[in-house]
Each structure stands twice: as C-alpha cells, then as structure tokens.
Design a protein around this ligand. Sequence first.
Ligand code: BES
Ligand code: ZN
Length: 611
Amino acid sequence: MSPVDPHSFTDSSQPFCTNIALALYLDFSSTTILGSVLILLPKCHSGSLTLDSRDISVSRVIDPVSLSPLPFSISSTDPIKGSSLTITLSRHSSVFIAFSTSPSSSALQWLSPGQTSSGSHPFVYTQCQPIHARSVFPCQDTPAARICYAARINLPLPLCAVMSATKVARSKPVIGEGFPGIPDSLWCSEDRIVEHFSMEQPIPPYLFALAAGEISEQALGPRTTVYAAGGSELLDAAAREFRGIEDIVRAAEALFGPYEWERFDLLLLPPSFPYGGMENPRMVFLTPLVIKGDDTGAQVVAHELAHSWTGNLITNKTNEDFWLNEGFTTYAERRIVEAVQGKKRADLNIGIGWRGLNDEMERFKDNMEFTKLKTKQEGVDPDDVYSQVPYEKGFQFLLRIERQIGRPAFDEFLNKYITTFKFQSIDTETFLEFLKANLPGIENQINLQLWVEGTGIPPDAMEPESTIYTQIVSLAQEFKLGKMPREDEVVDWNGQEWELYLENLPNSAEASQVAALDARYKLSGSGDWEVKVAFLQLAISCGCKQYFGEVERSLKQVGRMKYLRTLYTALVQGPAKEEGKVLARRIFTEAREFYHPIARGVVESIFSKHL
Ligand code: BES
Ligand code: ZN
C-alpha cells in the first residue's frame, strides 16, 4: 500500500477510476442525500479498491453485472481524512455503491426557506475544495485523480439544479434510475423532477459542484449566463456588474490560449458562501458580496476565470503543491486585470497582495513551514493552513522569473507550460524540471530552491514600486504622525485604494484617530466589504469598542471565511480581548447555523487556538 496524497486514502497500486455515474436524491426535510454511484475503472481489478468518505453511510456495494453484493468495510474516522471505504473486487471493472450523506456533511450547506432571500424555498450547495467531495459521495478524493461524470439529480418541484457540468435534460423520474441506493417509491413520487447532467471533461473531484433551490437566470454573452439563488433583484445587479464578461474571457484567451470548458457561467450564492469565488468548471460559484455596483467584482471573476487554465487544466497533484494552482492563478488574474482594466488597477492589486503576504509572515511566525511554497501537510488540515502564501509568494516567484527573462519570453514559457500539462495533475518538482529544461541556466540566476523550499519572503522578491502603491503607503505612514488624508487626496479612491490604505495603517494607532477617520470617510458603513472589514479589523485592533455592534451585525450577515477569520481573530486578539472573546463566542453561537460547515470549522479552530 502506498498513498499518493497525505489527504487521501487513495492507493497508488490500485487503478484510478476514470468515470462515474451518480444518482442523487436531495432530501431537504432530513438535509441528507440518498445516493447511488457507479464507479468505472479503466481495467479489471482484483483485490482492494480504497475510496475516501466522510460522514457517509454505505448500505450496499454490488457488482453491476451480476447484481450480487461485494464485501466492503469502512475504517474508523481520521479527523482530517475521514474514513476509508475498502471494497474487495475480483476481476471487476465497475462497482455500484448505495449510500447516504449525513446532515453534517462538510461540503454541503442546507439552507431552510427562512434562511434564503426569498424565504419560500430551501437551498443547498456544495463546496468541495480542498477535501470535501468525499462527504458527498465516496471517491478517490485526491487532485491526482481525474474523472468524467454523469449525474441525475432528483429534487422536489418547483426547484431546479445547476452543476459544474452540461445540463442535458429535465424530465419526470423514471423507474430504476436511482438503483441501487434509492427506492423507486421515493425516486418516482409525483412531486419530484430529475435534472440530468454530463461532464465530459475530466476533473479532479474537488471541482465537483452542485446547487439546488430557487434559481433565476439571465444570459449575458455567447458563453455566459448568470444564475442567482433566489429571485431576480440580485440578478439584475449582477447582470449590470458583469456585462463586459465576454471581453474578459477573450482577453484571457489572448493571453493563455483557447478557453477549453465551453461555457463560463456564473452562479451567485447566498451570502453564507464561504469564499469570494470558487472556480468550478463551466460554472463559477460566487459570493453575492462581489456585486458592489463598481467594476471591482471583475477581479474575483478574473481570478476564477484564470483557474480555467491554471488549476482546472493543470492541477496541483496534492495540496502540498497548492501554490501551483493559486500562485499561477494570481499571476494570470493580474495579467487579465491589466489587459482589461489597465496597469494601475493591476498594480493596486499587487500592492494589496504584498501587504497580505507580509501579514501572513506574522501569522505563521511560530509555524514557518506554512510560509514555504511546497509544504508538508501530513497530519495537517488544509482548511486550517489556508493563507495568502501560495497565492502571493507564488505570484512573486513567477514575477521574479518574468523579471529575469522578460515578459515576451515568459509568455512563451507560460503558453508552452499550459499546452504541455493540460488535463494533468503535476507536482512542484515537475514544474521545476520543465522550467529548467525550457529556460536553460535559470537555476544559476534565481535561487529556485530557496523560493520553493525556503521559509519567509526571499530577498529578491519585490515590494511593488508603482506610483499608486507608493503614494498610498506613504499616506498611511503619515497617519502615524497624526495626519489624516485630505479630501482632495482621496477624491479618486474607490474600494481597493481604501483597502490598501487601511491595511497599511498600524494596529497600534490611537483609537480616537481611527474613529475620526471613520467619522470623516464613513468606512465602517461602506457597502464594499473589503473596505468595511479592513476598517473594522483596524478599529478592533486599536481598541475602539464602539465598533463591537457593527462587527456583530457583519458577522451575522456574511459567511465569507476571509471576513470571518479577520473579524473573529481581531476580537479574540485585540486589546479588549477579554470582552472580545465573550462577544465572539456569543456571536458564533447565534450565527453558527447560518455559516457553511467549513466556515464553522475555521471559526472553531480560531477559538481553540485563542480561547
Ligand atoms: N479555489 C479558491 C478557493 C478555495 C481555495 C477554496 C482553497 C477551497 C480551498 C478560489 O479560486 C479563490 O482563490 N478565491 C478567492 C478569490 C480571490 C483571490 C479573488 C477568495 O475566495 O477569496
Ligand atoms: Zn484561486
């Protein structure tokens, strides 16, 4: 037995499954899914087949040809990996598994009608990255694997479902479709409908995605439709915000080659969605908070679009190589932003990223392993160590190479990298070999080992030197001397300028000065969540207790983990931490049900470190 991934029970001596067919019966009343999965192997296999699962109960495993039962066992639960499901095969190339998920499935958030915007229908959605697909169906849940899938989703009328796949049909349930996990009496009841999907491009399991509930839609361009949970209010705003989407996709194609996933649809989820965006292929999942009425939501979309090349086409082999996904994507995102919105906006993003990278060095000062690009993650929960390091240090590494060889040569290299490795999962070593083979002598010009294996920020990383960055950072330094930016200095600022400014202010600023800044520029009430959270973080860290109320309201309104991490950490670490801790606990008790299970886990882990 040899594992391929520290986060998976997948065994390298066993074949990788290449195709699956799923039948999922969504039971909103019990917040569980009753499922059948048909697993197809590329060749006959005898002996064990080991799959990942978490909080899944398996009722039967059967041979699809003879319909006879096959022996299986489920291991005890590992707190990070879940349980292995081991099936004994003898010259089988396929297997049927009947299972059900648990209400505590880590990938699924079930919202009751009362928790949705329209209030009349329930909603459910998945977030499978990094290792949560196994809590929806048993699978080899490692990004080293790639599967194509077909799925039948059975749901109550009048709801509808969307997936990161092609919708093939919506039809009445047919007897036998849910076999062997779902009885026909349930599958075929009068008030149910079946949506059929097919995903023909092979994806790692973490890119499996499903949402179901009341969903409205509006076409935006030749390959983009925007979908939104609930009614049409948000949809109109989203359609306005993303009207230039096709130009962004074309700009990305001009940089990185043809878009391989046909559709680039967007889905706006409820505000509890734990990320800004998730690059599910064919349909990106987004927080509704990105819709701000300016064009900055395009940055998140540019990022998720960039993953269509870096991440979804070329995937990190395990989470230890996560920077290959996010570092390349951050680089690609900024190239798209530069092409579409201009260099000034891209420079601002680079500045915000640089600040974020420096802050992470402080966060990980007692655990420097996670300031490396290639990390060791045996026994580590990837959700616990999620940080800006793979994004921003990865970006800096690629920028360092670009600076060495010049942009035209780097573009050529990047395009060759994409065509060489598309639809593959690779590790850092494979990237380095390819780099050295294609840019001979690069290892003598850049200390590749220091960049990849070293801790901290390498000395040849570059603090941004753009005008906009320098101006804003020096204004932030003047704040320490008691100077507030003047109206004429901030007249052109929008959210990202404010974000950079606020994030560069010292956490030791005078509370009265912070309150005065807010009185003048209304930052705590900003409709831009990046600005609002950056301000509240500063205010709490500077001991302004009058903002506790606003922090509480915010933490009950949004579930994006970036904001939860920042605000809960500020509460439990700030100068008023004794009161902050009591407040944090109370808010979490009251808001817990509203958060996605992954976000609940992250807040609990902050508490376990600080309370
Ligand atoms: N793939 C990530 C989100 C993710 C990472 C989910 C790790 C689970 C585990 C996505 O592409 C992302 O990076 N989102 C960012 C967007 C931002 C960088 C523009 C986010 O949500 O903040
Ligand atoms: Zn990303």
